[in-house]
Design a protein around this ligand. Structure first.
Ligand SMILES: [Mg+2]
Length: 188
């Protein structure tokens, strides 16, 4: 289920890390709604968003979700911080979507390059990923809406395990502030 928080409820310190939406998995992202909101480009993280970390086990339902998006006229682009470009290239080819690498997320440069490449404005794009300190922070810096997903698998890069501690602090803050309102995040 996707939840869209009122980000003005969050502390100023937390807002750069606050996603536009909270979700469980990609399946929760309603692509018809994405189109209805004027989005044309969906930016995607790879590890623990499209496939379990370090894996090439691309689920069928991910391919179906992408096919549905294409049939609705959406374009997709991968923004990945992976250190394994050959694996990224294989995955991107199987999905039939381009990828960009460059300065690591949360540097907004790679987001802006994607916008330029697809000829869309920031408000016409949305970033989907499982990490606040890379996917969401970078999207916010580039003025792009974002969806923060629960990671697909528990296994991940050692550096990520460190940033998850920071995420837990932020998630507690988000929950606490949203608890004052019905419909706060339940899945993060
Ligand atoms: Mg990830």
């Amino acid at each position: 289920m996707i939840e869209r928080p009122d980000r003005s409820l969050f502390g100023r310190w937390a807002r750069p890390f606050a996603p536009t939406e909270f979700g469980g998995s990609l399946r929760d992202v309603d692509l018809e709604d994405v189109v209805a909101r004027g989005k044309r480009l969906v930016l995607l993280d790879v590890d623990n968003t499209l496939v379990p970390w370090g894996s090439e086990a691309l689920p069928d339902w991910v391919l179906e979700w992408l096919a549905q998006g294409r049939s609705l006229g959406l374009e997709f682009c991968i923004l990945s911080n992976t250190r394994h470009p050959a694996r990224l290239a294989r995955l991107a080819e199987r999905m039939g979507i381009p990828y960009l690498r460059g300065k690591f997320k949360p540097n907004p440069d790679v987001y802006r390059r994607a916008l330029a490449q697809f000829g869309v404005e920031a408000k016409q794009a949305i970033m989907i990923g499982d990490q606040l300190f890379t996917d969401v922070l970078g999207a916010n810096r580039a003025g792009i809406e974002s969806v923060w997903l629960v990671p697909m698998a528990r296994r991940e890069f050692i550096g990520t395990k460190v940033s998850r501690m920071g995420e837990r602090i932020l998630a507690r803050h988000f929950k606490k502030r949203l608890r004052r309102k019905p419909g706060g995040p339940s899945s993060q």
